[in-house]
Structures are given as C-alpha cells and as structure tokens.
Design a protein around this ligand. Structure first.
Ligand SMILES: Cc1ncc(COP(=O)(O)O)c(C=O)c1O
Length: 374
C-alpha cells in the first residue's frame, strides 16, 4: 500500500535527537521509571510482582486491571469496550483499518495528526478536509461540515483537544457534530490523546463515546500520562466494534507487552496525582508562552485551550521550514514547521517540557527573529 510521507514524524526523526531545546515534543515532560514507581503504593509493588511474572504473551486483549482503570476514564464504557494497542498510533491505525474501505466518504478536520487522513487516503477513501480556521478559533465550523456531509458519508474524524492548535471542542459543539453524524448514520472517530490536559480556564469535555453509539475514541499513555516510552494506547468504542478491531489486531499485535501494561497500570491507577503534576506544568508553561507571544511583535496565536501544543503564526518572508532549520542549526532549538500540517507561515510549539528548556528555547527563537528581520 502506497502512503504519503508522514511529515511530522519525518521531521521529528531528523532533528529530535540533536535538539538542545526541544520545543517540538508533544508529551507532557516524560516521567522516569523511578518517578513512575514512586506513585506505586501497592504491596508487593508492581516491580516486585513483575520479577516473578513469566514473560508470556499475557492477556491478549489487554491487562484486565488496566482495562478496568481505563474504562473509568469514560462515563458509560465497560472494560470489554477497551482494547490496548501499541501507542495511540497503533490504536488509530486499527480504527481506520477496521472502519475505512476503498471508495468510502470520510471527512477529517485539519490541521491534525497526519495519520488521520493519510491512512484513509492510502486505503482509497474519498477524503474531504474540514479546514479549521483561526477566525473560528480552530473549532469545526458546523455550516462547513454540513456542506461536506453526504448521505453516503461513512466517517467523520476529529482530534479533540487538537494537535497542533490546542483547540478544544466544547460539549455543545460536540453534540452538534454528533447530531450531524447521527442524521447521516455516520461513524464519529475522535483521537482523544490529549483529553484531560485542560489549563485552568477550560472545562472538562466528555469523550465522544459517551455521546453517541457510533463513536470511537483513542487514547494514549504517551501524552497526558507522560509515558511515551511504554508505547501503550487504547481504543474505546461499542463492544461489537471493539471485537471487529480485535479481529484486525490479531494480524499485527497479538498482545501488548505485559511489562508495559503493568507499568502503565501504575500511572492510570494513580492518575489524579500524575495529572496534578502535569496540569501544574501545563498551566505554568502556558503562562510563560503567553507572555512571550504578547511581547514578540512578529508572533501571534490563538491561545490554546487544551493539550500540549500551540500553533504560532510568524511574520516572515522566509518559509517556515527554512526558519526552523536555521533555528535548529544555529541554536539547537527545535520547532515543527507548519508544512508538516499543510499550513505555511506557522510553527507548532510543544510547550510542556521542563521550564528551563522552554525559557531557553523561547530566548533562542527571539534571537533568531531579531537576526533575520522580515
Ligand atoms: C493526535 C495524536 N494522535 C496520536 C499520536 C501518537 O501517540 P502515541 O505515542 O500514543 O502513539 C500523537 C503523537 O504525537 C498525536 O499527537
């Protein structure tokens, strides 16, 4: 199957290990194994239990205790409506391979994680893009969506909170989108890997799976749990749909690592503490970038409502790929150019790294802005 280059991942692969100030990362500053284990108060503790655990394939559909904890992230989902996967990237792929067939009509809200449109396109679906615009605060425009929907529309794809813009679709707007999907008997799939990372002023938003019987959501331990190194994600959806995903998953996963699942369980079980740490960082760092944006005359943005990224508009005659390469080569500061999201003139900043990295990175961006006037 031919598929487009995954631009954001390609960019990350090229520069991530060389970055001194990595402002391209989308995870909340990752935990060390020691930090993770410090949340574990069980006796014997998780590590001790793992020592005597035979390393078999384990529970094929996912560790039952983990599925139980994950199901508690939703209002009306039980553990057999959860399937663990190799990261959310595995979860998204599974959902798309389960739902999309050649010729299907699919609508995807963009900019977003490219996987969400490149896989349906590679499968041979007819993909229409619902452009999220700064003048709408990057929220889906219901009238535009109504114009794109056809009786044969099979699937509407969202990412809420959104990467790269940090927009958060509120419940009332989600309900309007659900209504449109319902009227056309379409599936609604929402990548919710940043769900829960809501700065102070934003209200909690429900998962689509709690709003509609033909909705599917994906989640991840990488972002809001700060555990990308575990490579663990999940799909949540109607029980029959999860069975259908499981049928697909037999071909590429067998099971997730029982070590990853046992460690992931510590974080999900102790989520309130992990999130308290993480939301503290989100709030503090958002304040820092907001001040910086307000004092940089050539930088503007729609302030993020959630998630870990901001989409910055930079006034420059230089293409943003070139700007980002200069920034990286001259200062070791890494951003992601808007071309990775098909929006020239923008850069994505992942701002929930440690505070010192953020402050130093922002200073370096300012120095490059001064060095290369418009
Ligand atoms: C919107 C979105 N979905 C999925 C993923 C993949 O995450 P994971 O590390 O869980 O595979 C990412 C990673 O950046 C993302 O931003």
């Amino acid at each position: 199957m031919k598929i487009d280059l995954f631009k954001v991942e390609d960019w990350m692969n090229r520069y991530e290990t060389k970055a001194v100030h990595n402002l391209a990362e989308t995870c909340v500053h990752s935990l060390t194994l020691r930090e993770l284990l410090s949340y574990d108060t069980s006796k014997p503790n998780a590590l001790e239990k793992l020592m005597d655990q035979r390393l078999t394939y384990g529970d094929i559909t996912g560790n039952p205790e983990l599925k139980e904890e994950l199901s508690a992230l939703y209002n009306n989902v039980n553990p057999d409506q959860i399937l663990t996967t190799h990261g959310a990237i595995g979860a998204n792929q599974l959902v798309l391979f389960t739902l999309v067939e050649p010729g299907d009509h699919v609508i995807v809200a963009v900019p977003t994680y490219q996987q969400l449109y490149s896989i349906p396109e590679a499968i041979g679906a007819k993909v229409d893009r619902l452009e999220l615009m700064p003048e709408d605060k990057y929220l889906p425009n219901v009238e535009t969506l109504k114009g794109l929907v056809k009786p044969e529309t099979k699937l509407i794809i969202l990412n809420n909170p959104n990467n790269p813009t940090g927009a958060l679709i509120p419940e009332d707007l989600l309900l309007e989108i659900v209504q449109i999907a319902k009227e056309n008997d379409a599936w609604l799939f929402c990548d919710e890997v940043y769900r829960g990372m809501y700065p102070r002023e934003s209200k909690m938003v429900p998962s689509v799976v709690d709003l509609y019987e033909k909705a599917v959501a994906t989640g991840s331990l990488s972002k809001i749990f700060s555990l990308a190194g575990l490579r663990l994600g999940w799909v949540a959806g109607p029980a029959q749909f999860i069975q259908d995903c499981f049928h697909q998953r037999d071909y590429n996963t067998i099971s997730c690592s029982m070590v990853d699942e046992a460690l992931g369980l510590i974080a999900v079980r102790n989520r309130l503490q992990v999130w308290e740490r993480n939301l503290g960082m989100v709030n503090a760092n958002l304040e820092i970038i907001d001040k910086w944006v307000n004092q940089e005359p050539r930088v503007s943005y729609v302030k993020p409502k959630a998630g870990t990224t901001a989409f910055l508009k930079i006034e420059s005659n230089m293409p943003m790929d070139e700007f980002c390469i200069k920034l990286m080569e001259e200062t070791g500061t890494m951003l992601v150019p808007g071309s990775c999201f098909e929006r020239e003139g923008y850069v994505r900043m992942g701002y929930v790294c440690d505070e010192m990295t953020l402050k130093k990175g922002l200073n370096e961006i300012s120095s490059i802005l001064r060095k290369y006037p418009k």
